[in-house]
Design a protein around this ligand. Sequence first.
Ligand SMILES: [Zn+2]
Length: 197
Amino acid sequence: MKRLDAQARRLQRRLSRRRKGSKRREKAKRHLAKVRRKIANKRQNWHHHVSRKLAGKAGTVAVEGLNVKGMTRSAKGTAEEPGTMVAQKAGTNRVILDTGWTALKGMLEYKAANVIVVPAMNTSRKCHECGAVEAANRRTRDDFGCLACGHAAHADLNAAKNIRDRALERLAAMNETSGAGVSARREAFALATSYDP
Ligand SMILES: [Zn+2]
């Protein structure tokens, strides 16, 4: 993906250098379109792979309601989730993450029995062990260390557990109001603890 992304940028520059209406420009245009199609296909394959894997592991999958518009607009992000976004921009999977979230979520929705979207607020700042919310808890992109209780974990894993809990709370509340029974609450929430792409 990184290689293709660099190639597309190189071809974009080449295209802009070539004279409008020229044969060489047309050729560069076709080449660029081909690379962009390749990128789109690769991304789609990856989404199918990940959503199939997740849906195979759990009937209910909890996802964060990320602000995708905000994510693509600026690398500095929102006041809510500054670290996450910058990290994604910097990562090698930048292209996939930036443009693919909505598509991936859509695939999950038809592959998994149940997709629950929960608010993203503080999921990466909150300590899953003691509940303390502190921006400095997230030391680096990958590293979570609670200033209150000392709990240390991979930042994504800590956040995933918060997302799972939030979804479970939501499910419980839904079951209480609808009286639909408790079975949904016992769904396997394997995502947070076993997800390994
Ligand atoms: Zn803690």
